[in-house]
Design a binder for this molecule. Sequence first.
Ligand code: ADP
Ligand code: TRP
Length: 329
Amino acid sequence: MKVLFTGIQPTGELHIGNYFGAIKNWVRLQHQYETYVSIVDLHAITIPYEPSEMQNRILNLALNLYACGIDRENTTLFVQSEVPGHADLTWIFNTVTPLGDLERMTQFKDKARQHRKNVNVGLFDYPVLQASDILLYKGEVVPVGEDQVQHIELTREIARRFNARFGNTFPECKEILTETPRIMGLDGESKMSKSKNNHIGLLDDKETLWKKISVAKTDPARIRRNDPGNPDICNIFSYHRLVTPEEERKEIAEGCRTAGIGCIDCKKRLVENMHRELGPIQERYNELLLEKDTIADILESNNEHCREVAKSTILEVKEKMGLKPVWKI
Ligand code: ADP
Ligand code: TRP
């Protein structure tokens, strides 16, 4: 079986961008591959964070992911910093990665702008750590949202460079996107993101959904109830594409174009459909809250499995690079 590898940062509550943009694919694909999902805490510490909250965030993210449908038995969900090989391989890959490649990364440029006072070397090196995550397990498929595609391209490039210099070791991975790989925030202006306060939380109840959606922007040209609207440019309609069945969606689009349905009704139906999709996840999450200790045990045993896999890749790499004493080979 080919290896599927992906990661997610313990940086805040999950949102529907994470779910419909990426996690849904992890759940769909997890049985077709040998699947690893990493909670990437070493990535999360490249931006300011509160140390006393970190362990709760990690465990809570695990509960959320299991509630979304990640399979406890078959999928290896683990904590990145518990596996030494990630940082080791990052150092090695640093030595085959040109500075210019990292300078081009758009996520680095964005984050450096957001955190002007803390543009640390780790933030710059973030994509190399990501390449190490994937290649430590010889991952071949990487399901992510669109914002990560550039990092996956870089991973391929790093694998190529390493293989050319030290012999064929790593596969060239490819990204897998969902049908909705870039979900916009409630502001309609930028990508939905934990840090921008423009998100719909995976655990938002019906009341919260209404509070957020009722005030969100629609087609700006539709001012009065009787003005016709254009669903193709309406952010609210883009959310209907995530949760509303096709027939109903067509009817809403038609109603919007002919002013047969108003924005408030359209939003009410969105809340209903969104709640129908998120409700079962929230129920499973509440059940899982009672099983925290079991989940912590599962993570620990998965970490151990990953340490074994990582160790064997690192040994192979060291041998190829002349870092293993010959008297031990
Ligand atoms: P965030 O960007 O909210 O901090 P992460 O960086 O932890 O979230 O991303 C986890 C996964 O969710 C990644 O595969 C990422 O590409 C995806 N993702 C995040 N935000 C969106 C979005 N708005 N639309 C689609 N996918 C997204
Ligand atoms: N950088 C990814 C994000 O922000 C998270 C991540 C870290 C990742 N390592 C990975 C994703 C390896 C895929 C594969 O979403």
